[in-house]
Ligand binder design. Structure first.
Ligand code: ATP
Ligand code: MG
Length: 367
């Protein structure tokens, strides 16, 4: 019965010898832990101290400890005495009426990690808000004091204050939008959306910004494209964020190309689900591959100072990732330093009986 327990369980005799280790414990520490001093397997001084204290008559206790190998894991260890009354004993050193200790371990790595992430997130968000807030306070003080009668300075300062307040409000909006998306990430959207129309409106919204740096925004879409299963507002956010990044990080006088296409994944035995891809390609400086895995983390920026100067908060791609997850889609990033980057989103096509005909199928993958 103990063997079947999910959590590691270890019984320890009064001489600190391990008398029993269940399957989970042996999986963690190896087969050789039985019949040896616990210290031969678990060297953590807090844990050993707790075992000794309980053995000496102390009350049950709980110790948190970290196992560094093979991957760092955090455990909560419960040390409980089991005092055997009466005669008997098994003649193996615990003596009659001796105490044995029940040590159970519970893996809390995931809880610890999410605690850490939450703490980091609050620290990052506060930091991002504090910077523009400090600027605002500084200017308010200047306007009430030294610059009180300086009309020209007043205009200039108000301009900066306006920009900083907008930045704060953008940040708060992004944070709210991110938490809302996360809340319903497990409910897949059921409505249908027209990606071509969404792309046209996202391109139109950013055309002016692109034109100001002589960047040409090109939309490349086939005459007919299957609808996707998705939330129109959220997909608009995805494309706007990706195009916004491309425009922000590409070079002046270049082209940003948005390409839409139907995709039928190679059939891997099962019937392949038709998808629609939307990719945004720029001719910017690209992203070193070491950054790629972390790019969609909140507040992660390759060059924080530069992103901030461009008005960014580092939440754009985190929002994209969560929306794409909610849609059961995929985000891929290809980038070459000095050449440019391509961000591609794959979304499941909405196929109803008559629309199915619109999706080209590869030979041999007929429905
Ligand atoms: N097309 C791109 N080319 C080069 N780097 C990019 C590109 N898109 C994103 N990045 C890098 O990824 C980082 C994170 O992007 P993200 O969109 O999350 O934040 P941001 O653009 O800095 O700010 P925000 O989108 O919140 O305004 C950026 O700071 C930038 O370093
Ligand atoms: Mg962005």
């Amino acid at each position: 019965m103990l063997e079947a327990l999910h959590d590691p369980l270890i019984l320890i005799a009064s001489d600190r010898r391990v008398t029993l280790a269940n399957l989970a414990a042996r999986g963690l520490f190896g087969e050789r832990m039985t019949d040896r001093d616990l210290a031969a397997t678990l060297r953590n001084p807090h844990l050993l101290g707790a075992v000794d204290a309980v053995m000496a008559g102390g009350a049950s206790r709980m110790v948190e400890f970290t196992l560094p190998v093979p991957v760092e894991r955090v455990f909560e260890a419960r040390v409980k005495p089991f005092r055997r009354g009466g005669s008997g004993g098994n003649g193996s050193g615990d003596g009659a009426g001796g105490t044995i200790i029940i040590l159970t371990l519970h893996d809390i790595t995931a809880i610890k990690r999410s605690e850490q992430m939450r703490a980091d997130f609050v620290a990052n968000a506060s930091h991002e808000l504090r910077t523009p807030l400090a600027t605002l306070l500084g200017f308010i003080e200047t306007l009430r004091g030294p610059a009180r009668d300086d009309a020209e300075a007043r205009d200039r300062f108000l301009g900066i204050m306006h920009e900083q307040s907008r930045r704060m409000s953008r940040l708060v909006n992004d944070l709210l939008s991110l938490s809302k998306i996360e809340l319903d990430e497990h409910t897949t959207p059921t409505s249908q959306a027209d990606l071509a129309r969404i792309a046209r409106s996202a391109v139109a919204a950013l055309e002016l910004k692109a034109a100001s740096r002589k960047i040409k925004l090109v939309l490349d879409a086939p005459a007919s494209l299957p609808l996707v299963t998705g939330d129109e507002d959220q997909l608009t956010q995805v494309l706007q964020n990706l195009i916004d990044n491309a425009v922000k990080y590409t070079r002046d006088n270049t082209e940003v190309r948005v390409t839409l296409a139907p995709v039928t994944p190679a059939s891997g035995g099962r019937r392949p689900a038709p998808m629609v891809s939307a990719s945004v390609a720029d001719r910017g400086e690209g992203i070193d591959r070491t950054h790629l895995p972390r790019l969609t983390e909140r507040f992660y920026r390759v060059d924080a100072a530069r992103s901030r100067a461009l008005g960014g908060t580092g939440l754009g791609l985190a929002i994209v990732k969560h929306i794409v997850n909610r849609h059961r889609g995929r985000l891929t990033i290809e980038s070459e330093v000095g050449v440019g980057s391509t961000f591609t989103v794959l979304l499941p096509a909405a196929v109803s009986v008559d629309e199915g005909a619109q999706v080209p199928r590869t030979a041999g993958s007929a429905a």
